[in-house]
Write a protein that binds this ligand. Structure first.
Ligand code: UD1
Length: 417
């Protein structure tokens, strides 16, 4: 077990380069099974979720090599259609493998997927969509057994714009016979990124980033090299860190248009922000409260930034209501923030935050990925020293978190317990 030891109260000055998006890379890794030619993911972040997904690919028989920042995947010898339970439990995105493994082998077996415990997170929409494409699904003893002949394109109407279900169905449909139309599709930028990658492989996908995604099935897909989209959640985390700690930050390899819901909130609380090309500049001196933050599917305020902005609201002038509409138990960071002096009451999906001038250092424990990051930000802005334990959550999504923060003046170090 490891922890961060953080001396709070230092403003952040300098530049941070944003990594490729975790949520873009994971479906690309699943897509790599759709071809037996080599796939190269450029600038692939070495985060635990990516390493676990790579491990799943290795279990299927793919050869995986990291060379510098690039990940090489050679699926020529992939032969296994079962995703081991231990890995599936580690990573919810393992469920994306269903679509591509079925497309490749005509069958797939997977244990119910895990990931951060932030609510029920069912996979009914994934399974419904796959059934529409002709997949037979049986559930037995915590496992899902799927089989199919050649997948057949279909009209799939999602009851909710699930990111993972949209991606899974795109993967299953890429080599299906005929056309698949996904209606009420998720519009997250990572969907358009998966579309671009599939098209780079010779696929015929359009509409990614809108509510209707159209996948015209092709006979085969070939290898590709690809640099994924930059990580809007990592960018958002560091923007909020800047708003909390003060100073002046520049984020490079960042896409302002993908974090506009957050930028609107930060401007509302009086941060100075401007964006040029792939850079976002932020300067903050005073923080008014954002009043209301309500998470919703893209382009709304992302649930993955709910915990960090809740931490920010703790030290704003005034009160904020934070409404979590996507995941029902995503407030595990709140009791920990309260230990640092925050004034928050949670009722159901709402957190009522009354701003205090400063938080104070404390020993706190991360309970999930983004909640863990939020606690680190709180500790960076707090008076005195803090320890944030259980870094395996933060390591799931942020590469070199403490190095990036130290380079802009934060006092944060990793200590083995
Ligand atoms: C993805 C992101 C995650 C983000 C989430 C919402 C990845 C790897 N992860 O997760 O970081 O927090 O989008 O933006 O991209 N749902 C169902 N049935 C299903 C699928 C989902 O009811 O079959 C519900 C979920 O319980 C949740 C909501 O739909 O309430 C959104 O989930 P979804 O968009 O599927 O999130 P993920 O793809 O798991």
């Amino acid at each position: 077990m490891e922890k961060f030891v953080i001396e709070g109260g230092r403003p952040l000055y300098g530049e941070i380069k944003i990594q490729s998006a975790k949520n873009a890379v994971l479906p690309l890794l699943a897509a790599s099974v759709l071809t037996d030619e080599r796939v190269v993911i450029r600038a692939c972040p070495r985060i635990a979720d990516v390493l676990n997904m790579a491990q799943i690919l290795a279990e299927l028989g793919c050869k995986i090599t990291f060379a510098g920042e690039d990940l090489y995947i050679d699926s020529a010898d992939a032969a296994n259609h079962e995703i081991p339970a231990a890995l599936a439990k580690e990573l919810r995105s393992s469920v994306f493998m269903l679509g591509s493994v079925l497309s490749r082998f005509g069958r797939a077996r997977i244990a119910y997927p895990g990931g951060c415990d932030i609510g029920l997170r069912p996979i009914d929409l994934h399974l419904c969509g796959l059934r529409r494409l002709g997949v037979r699904i049986e559930e037995e003893g915590g496992y899902i057994n799927c089989s199919c002949g050649r997948l057949i394109g279909a009209d799939v109407q999602l009851d909710f714009p699930s990111v993972g279900a949209t991606e899974n169905i795109m993967l299953a449909a890429a080599k299906a016979e005929g056309t698949t139309v996904i209606r009420n599709a998720a519009k997250e930028p990572e969907i358009a990124d998966l579309q671009d990658f599939l098209n780079r492989m010779g696929g015929r996908v359009s509409g990614g980033g809108t509510a209707t995604v159209i996948v015209e099935g092709v006979r085969s897909l070939h290898g590709a090299e690809y640099t994924p989209l930059s990580d809007r959640i990592e960018a958002g985390t560091f923007l909020i860190a800047s708003a909390m700690c003060g100073g002046e930050l520049v984020l490079s390899n960042a896409r302002a248009e993908n974090v506009s819901a957050l930028l609107d909130k930060l401007r509302e609380i009086s941060c100075k922000i401007h964006a040029v090309d792939d850079k976002i500049y932020i300067k903050s001196e005073r923080r008014l409260s954002p009043k209301l933050v309500e998470t919703s599917p893209y382009p709304g305020f992302p649930t993955d930034l709910q915990a960090p902005i809740t931490a920010l609201a703790c030290i704003c002038e005034g009160s904020t209501v934070v409404v979590e509409n996507l995941f029902e138990t995503r407030f595990k960071h709140v009791p920990e923030l309260i230990r640092m002096g925050a004034d928050i009451t949670v009722r159901g999906r709402n957190a009522f935050v009354r701003g205090v001038p400063r938080l104070h250092g404390a020993d706190v424990c991360a309970g999930d990925l983004r909640g863990g990051a939020a606690l680190a930000l709180a500790a960076l802005s707090a008076e005195g020293a803090s320890a944030v334990t259980d870094l395996r959550y933060i390591d799931r999504g942020y590469a070199q978190f403490e190095y990036k923060l130290r380079a802009v003046g934060a006092r944060i170090r990793r200590v083995r317990i």
